[in-house]
Design a protein around this ligand. Structure first.
Ligand SMILES: [Zn+2]
Length: 422
C-alpha cells in the first residue's frame, strides 16, 4: 500500500462519524457487517439470498444468452430493464449511453450507494452465446464476466425485497455499458460525469467470479501511432524518409523505456502494420501501444516519455533523409484513469468486515474495472467478485462453477445493506 497523506486521516474521521450515528463504541466500520448480522431482518435477507440462488443462476444463464458485443449492449440492457421493473425498483430507465438504472429508495436520499455490474462482453456480433449446463458448471462466453455480476445485482434486489429490508440511505442499481476494451468505461464515466453527477456517495461494482475485493484500479493509456510520408519506389525514389523506418526507430526507443517496478508500470507495442509492398517506400506505418500503471503519476510520466520517443524517432528519420516530409498522428484509443481506495478507507473496512462476518476468505486485488472511475475521483469505491468459481474469462470456453455461489450473492447483499447505513 501507498503511504497515506494527512488529508486521508482527516477524511477517515469524518467518514467514521457519518457511517454510524449510534452510541460510542458502535462506530467501527470494520465491525458493521458483524453488527448487522444481529438484526433478524438482515439474517432473513441473507437466508432469502441463499434460497434464491437457483433463480440467480437462471438469470445469469438467460442474460448471457442475449448477446452484448462492445457498443451493442441494447438487447441485454432492455432485458435487465424489465427485470429491474419486475423486481419493483423505482424510476427504472435507460440513460443516453445505454446504462440501465433503477432505485430502491431508503428513508433518505443519501447516502446514495450505486451497486452495479457491466452489460458488455468482449465478444463480437455473431458469437454463439448459448449456455450449456453440466451439473454445477455453466459454460458460455461471458457467463462469469459479467453475467455473474448482473445476476448478483438481481439477487440482491430480490433478497432485499423478500425480507422487506428498509435502509437509511438509497441504493441505486445500475447495469453499465462499455466496461470492456475500447468501451473504455464509457458507461460508468457517463454516470459520474452526467447522469448521477454529484449524487453518488459510495460505489460497488460486481465483476467476475471468486471472492476477491479489488481496491486498486490499474489505469491504462492506449495509442494508435501513425507515421505518414509521400512514399515512392524503393529504387527510383531512394532517399525519401520512410514511415516504416521511423516506426522502427520509435519501437526501438519504446522498447528501451525504463519503468518503475513499484508501482508496477508497463508498456507494450501490441500490433504494427503499414506499407504496400516490398519494393515501395511506405506512405504509412502504424503501431498500437498499451501502457498501464496503478499510479496515475507514473502513468502520466511514462506517457510523456513515450510521446517524446515517438517525436524523436520522427526527427531522426527526417534528419537521416532530407527529402520527403514525415508526419505523425498520435490517436488515443484507450484512457482508463488509475486510482485506488486505500486499504484503511471506511468502505474497504466495511467490505473486508462483511467478508469476515460471513466467514469468507479475504483477498485484496488490483484490476481495471468500472471502479477505476470513482477511485480516480476520490469517491469511495470497491469492485467485488460475484462468487462461484470461474475459468477462461474473455474466451469462448468461459465457464462458471456455481458450487456455493450463494456466498457471493450473500456478500454482495450484506455489503449493499452496510453501505446504505449512514
Ligand atoms: Zn468484467
Amino acid at each position: 500500500m501507498r503511504e497515506m497523506p494527512t488529508r486521508f486521516a482527516l477524511s477517515l474521521v469524518v467518514n467514521l462519524v457519518c457511517l454510524v450515528p449510534t452510541a460510542s463504541g458502535q462506530d467501527d466500520p470494520g465491525t458493521l457487517g458483524q453488527r448487522l448480522l444481529q438484526q433478524p431482518e438482515v439474517r432473513a435477507a441473507l437466508a432469502a439470498a441463499k434460497e434464491g440462488e437457483p433463480e440467480v443462476i437462471d438469470v445469469q444463464a438467460r442474460l448471457c444468452e442475449i448477446a452484448a458485443p462492445p457498443f451493442k449492449e441494447q438487447a441485454r440492457g432492455d432485458a435487465v430493464k424489465r427485470l429491474f421493473e419486475d423486481a419493483g425498483l423505482r424510476g427504472v430507465r435507460i440513460d443516453r449511453v445505454g446504462n440501465v438504472i433503477g432505485e430502491r429508495p431508503g428513508r433518505a436520499a443519501r447516502p446514495n450507494v450505486v451497486f452495479s455490474a457491466h452489460l458488455d462482453t468482449v465478444f463480437p456480433e455473431g458469437t454463439d452465446v448459448r449456455v450449456t449446463r453440466n451439473g454445477p458448471v455453466l459454460t458460455g462466453p461471458g457467463i462469469g464476466d459479467d453475467c455473474r455480476g448482473l445476476a448478483v445485482v438481481l439477487g440482491v434486489i430480490r433478497a432485499l425485497s423478500r425480507a422487506s429490508i428498509e435502509t437509511p440511505g438509497t441504493i441505486t442499481f445500475v447495469a453499465t455499458v462499455g466496461e470492456e476494451g475500447l468501451g473504455d468505461l464509457r458507461g460508468v464515466r457517463h454516470l459520474f460525469d452526467e447522469e448521477l453527477k454529484g449524487q453518488i456517495d459510495r460505489f460497488v461494482s460486481v465483476d467476475g467470479t471468486g471472492l476477491g475485493i479489488t481496491h486498486i484500479g490499474v489505469g491504462s493509456r492506449r495509442y494508435r501511432i501513425t507515421f505518414k510520408g509521400p512514399g515512392g519506389h524503393s529504387y527510383g525514389a531512394f532517399g525519401l524518409a520512410s514511415p516504416v523506418h521511423a516506426l522502427g526507430r520509435a519501437i526501438a526507443k519504446v522498447a528501451d523505456l525504463e519503468v518503475p517496478a513499484a508501482p508496477k508500470t508497463t508498456f507494450n507495442v501490441g500490433r504494427v502494420g503499414g506499407g504496400t509492398s516490398v519494393n515501395s517506400i511506405a506512405y504509412d506505418a502504424w503501431m498500437e501501444v498499451d501502457m498501464r500503471s496503478a499510479d496515475a503519476g507514473a502513468l502520466a510520466a511514462l506517457d510523456r516519455r513515450f510521446q517524446a520517443a515517438v517525436d524523436a524517432a520522427l526527427a531522426e528519420e527526417q534528419a537521416r533523409w532530407r527529402r520527403g516530409t514525415l508526419s505523425v498522428e498520435k490517436a488515443v484509443v484507450g484512457d482508463r484513469p488509475a486510482g485506488a481506495t486505500p486499504e484503511h478507507a471506511p468502505i474497504m473496512q466495511v467490505a473486508v468486515g462483511v467478508s469476515r462476518a460471513l466467514q469468507l476468505p479475504v483477498s485484496l486485488d488490483e484490476g481495471s474495472t468500472d471502479g477505476n472511475v470513482p477511485m480516480s475521483l476520490g469517491i469511495p469505491a470497491v469492485t467485488i467478485d460475484g462468487g462461484g468459481r470461474g475459468q477462461g474469462a474473455h474466451s469462448l470456453s468461459e465457464s462458471f462453477n456455481a458450487t456455493e455461489s450463494w456466498k457471493g450473492t450473500q456478500r454482495g447483499l450484506l455489503l449493499a445493506i452496510a453501505l446504505a447505513q449512514r
